[in-house]
Design a protein around this ligand. Sequence first.
Ligand code: ATP
Length: 254
Amino acid sequence: MSNNQITLKGVKKSYGGRVVSDIADLALGRHGVEGLIGPNGAGKTTLMSLITGKISADAGEILFFENGNRHDISGKKLDAVARLGLVRTNQRIQDFESLGILDSMLLSVVQPAQETVLGLFAETALRQQAHPAINRYLEAFRFSDPGGYALSAGEKKLLDIIRCLLLKPKFLLMDEPTVGLPQDQTDKVMEVVREAARDDGMSVVIIEHDLDLIWNVCEYIHFMADGRIMAQGTPDEVRTSTMVREKYMGEGDA
Ligand SMILES: Nc1ncnc2c1ncn2[C@@H]1O[C@H](COP(=O)(O)OP(=O)(O)OP(=O)(O)O)[C@@H](O)[C@H]1O
């Protein structure tokens, strides 16, 4: 079980007078792999952006606890939060067309001070030897041209997730990780994420509309609607909640 947690107290965010996030009291990361679900526009992505410092809250406190250390990350910027080991995969895929697959992976494993060393890794074979973790991901995920660029939407998405995992985060927030990925790739992504949660103590929160994935992968689920956390519990508890069914799922889906 992970030692890492994010807590939010009285966190509020409004756009043009409309409250899109109103989190009274929330703890994330107590249960290994957790899910954050809710209807479109519920405020899930906004919540992740508030935590990672992409946007700032109007009020409230956000704390990050990692291995006994307490960090007040309210109002902290994106890079400062990422340096603490709190990393987020992207809902919208990034443009990797100017950086090859291997180079972008390598950039995740070298420390900033070592970046000039990149020049030493001129040979592809040498680069691969240098990082067993990269080899492992290349083996598992079979890019169409690993020595070239990630071109399809699926490959870009995959590369984004792998780069985040190579950073060895303490806490990983995943925003709709499976959109655009075929089922076999989705299964493999979830396998490596669960492995990192189990073996490295990484905490994970996954936003997904793919409820089968949520029920199968997550140990604990937070349900959000209208900017607020409305229900929390095990997959069984959330799946059978009348309120969750009414607000989110068709009666037949549960
Ligand atoms: N920059 C912004 N300016 C104005 N309104 C915004 C902004 N960002 C988000 N919103 C609004 O905040 C609400 C919550 O959006 P958010 O993207 O967080 O929802 P979500 O739960 O992630 O939805 P989805 O499941 O569709 O991704 C929506 O009504 C959205 O239109």
